[in-house]
Design a protein around this ligand. Structure first.
Ligand SMILES: O=C(O)C(=O)CO
Length: 306
């Protein structure tokens, strides 16, 4: 047997063994994950306490049609839905769900740049009208991204100018504008984080909200984003209770299920939300990784039903 032949032979054998080994490793970890999930889920769970008014963010469950998602929500006891096309509002409302939040201009093209003001204003006004029509109290707004050539000071002023232009209309219609704080740290996935987002410090967002000086200018407290950027979630919930009008969830890291692989103690956070007498919606906004996305939603509903 030549030396080169035996080397090739050895290489083939080793590669084969490694491939087999890693396939076996993957299989073992998939099995372990399945066992973990089996322990976590309660297949027939339905919301019992309802002290947290739970909602769900539709985009996380794409491509599941909104009405299908709404039917699962109704069955689980989740009472609100958001992040779905407005054309689905009548059908999901007919199923008994509330629209918990109406969209507007999105996080990328925001008031940080004055060139976006006309666009944002139109989207916010349309959002407010849609909210009134659908008995929803909240319309989302964002700061938008930092941009070269616009200082933070100027960007903050631009945001305030835009919100001050529209807040009178929100007051008249009795709708809240909720500013969402987002994390700018996770750049691994377009929806796990938003590098470059201006409003990435929740304390600063609250400062902006206070400068608008209206009872209708509020904060969307996204527990996942706050955990990443500022932390100290329960203390901040208490500190900002008067300006919070909507809440989002997700496990960190990874914007995943609210399971035992992530770091936020959701039952304690939910208890804190009850303790501050928060009456709005807490929407599940995690990106499911479990094979059965509805099982993941049911599990999250259980974790939050304290
Ligand atoms: O990333 C989020 O939480 C958003 O809502 C962006 O739309």
């Amino acid at each position: 047997m030549s030396a080169s032949f035996s080397r090739r032979d050895l290489l083939r054998t080793t590669t084969g063994a490694l491939a087999l080994g890693s396939a076996a490793g993957w299989h073992a970890s998939a099995q372990a994950d399945e066992k973990r999930r089996e322990k976590l889920v309660e297949p027939d769970f339905k919301v019992k306490h309802g002290r947290i008014r739970q909602s769900v963010m539709g985009w996380c469950f794409n491509p599941l049609p909104a009405v299908e998602l709404a039917k699962h929500c109704r069955e689980i006891g989740i009472v609100g839905i958001e992040g779905i096309g407005a054309d689905h509002y009548p059908a999901v409302r007919k199923l008994g769900l509330k629209i918990s939040l109406v969209g507007s201009h999105g996080f990328a093209k925001g008031p940080f740049n004055r060139d976006n003001h006309e666009f944002c204003l139109a989207k916010l006004r349309t959002g407010i009208d849609l909210a009134v029509e659908n008995e929803c109290e909240n319309v989302i707004t964002f700061t938008g991204m930092r941009e070269q050539g616009i200082s933070d000071e100027q960007g903050a002023k631009n945001c305030l100018d835009l919100w001050k232009q529209v807040i009178g209309y929100a007051e008249e219609k009795k709708v809240n504008l909720c500013l969402e704080h987002l994390n700018s740290r996770d750049g691994s996935h377009p929806m796990k984080g938003h590098p470059g987002y201006f409003g990435d410090d929740v304390d600063f967002c609250v400062d902006l909200i206070k400068q608008v000086d209206s009872p209708r200018m509020k904060l969307l407290f996204d527990i996942y984003h706050v955990q990443i950027m500022n932390g100290d979630v329960i203390r901040r919930l208490r500190q900002y209770k008067d300006v919070i009008s909507h809440i989002h969830t997700a496990g960190n890291p990874g914007r995943c299920e609210l399971d035992d692989k992530q770091e936020i103690n959701y039952p304690a956070v939910m208890q804190a939300i009850i303790d501050i007498d928060f009456r709005g919606f807490v929407a599940q906004e995690f990106i499911p990784t479990w094979p059965d996305k509805i099982e993941a939603l049911r599990h999250a509903a259980k974790v939050c039903d304290v």
